[in-house]
Write a protein of this length. Structure first.
Length: 295
């Protein structure tokens, strides 16, 4: 099974499918162990966590691929990747798809903002024309060496041009071959329902914290017909708050004794890494080496 077909399978098994942002390989392994069926690599997350940059279209395809490879090597979960605006024109978008497939991604989403993009939940976004967005999707679809690789069209048009244009764009993207639709910065369940009714392909809801979209539950979204629920930076935000708390505490108190109870222990860390299996192999190697040692 290809990563793409695993994503389609997960979509059949879990409805709606929770897709959880896993910012790095280790977090991806924890997500797998606790039962998620699909994971996500956030574009904002790559910029913020791997480069200390804001989510403004500054990172490159290779920057993202590096994190994709790390995560796909560490888990067998299908990985959906944020490809921002596709990293260039039609030829670049084709290359993006081919390289993402090579790196083990199950799918990507490409959006209709201009390349000097902003976070989808910030004001003053600018989008390209409908025909330019359709060309982006066509370029991505043409490059799909694996037919099950998911090309998801994200539209940021709702906040810029309103619901009707956003829905028409989404439909035009589906006609151009998009497998799924990601309407960005949706405000109500009724808006989700309108997308679901119009597009005829799976629709993703981006339930990112501190944004424009209320924190709708999986149940509410499922009832609105949503097939994928995304939590792009949920774990990252929690990890950051925990790191900050421990950094400040250690600085002011001169010890971590008061927070150690809230930490993942060494044994828990090792458990998720299958450390003990590695250690046993290492022990055997040493034993064999000792046996082979000339007397
Ligand atoms: C999905 C997103 O593009 C991301 O980079 O993960 C962001 C998430 C966020 O900033 O909360 C977005 O929605 O624009």
């Amino acid at each position: 099974m290809t990563p793409g077909s695993r994503l389609w399978e997960a979509l059949q098994t879990e409805q709606p499918l929770q897709v959880v942002g896993a910012i790095n390989a280790y977090t991806a392994m924890m997500a797998e162990r606790v039962g998620y069926r699909a994971i996500y690599l956030s574009g904002g997350g790559v910029a913020n966590a791997s480069f200390g940059l804001p989510d403004l279209g500054i990172t490159t395809l290779n920057d993202v691929l590096e994190d994709v490879r790390r995560m796909t090597n560490a888990t067998s979960l299908p990985l959906l990747v944020d490809a921002d605006t596709g990293f260039g024109g039609a030829f670049n978008i084709g290359r993006t798809v081919r390289m993402m497939i090579q790196a083990g991604a199950a799918g990507i989403h490409i959006e209709d903002q201009v390349s000097a993009k902003r976070c989808g939940h910030r004001p003053n976004k600018t989008i390209v024309s409908r025909s330019e967005m359709v060309d982006r999707i066509k370029a991505a679809v043409d490059a799909k060496a694996d037919p099950d690789f998911v090309v998801m069209a994200r539209t940021d048009a709702l906040a810029v041009e309103g619901l009707d244009e956003a829905i028409e764009r989404a439909c035009a993207c589906v006609e151009a071959g998009a497998d799924m639709i990601f309407p960005e910065a949706v405000l109500t369940l009724e808006q989700y329902e309108a997308f679901v009714k119009a597009v005829g392909v799976p629709v993703l809801a981006n339930i990112t914290e501190f944004g424009q979209t209320p924190l709708f539950t999986v149940k509410e979204l499922g009832e609105a017909g949503i097939r994928l629920v995304l939590y792009p930076l949920t774990a990252f935000r929690a990890m950051n708050a925990a790191a900050l708390k421990v950094f400040k505490g250690l600085r002011s108190e001169g010890t971590q004794k008061n927070v150690v109870a809230h930490m993942q222990t060494r044994m828990e860390l090792y458990d998720y890494l299958n450390y003990h299996e590695y250690e046993q192999k290492l022990d055997r190697l040493f034993e064999q080496a000792a046996e082979n040692e000339p007397m």
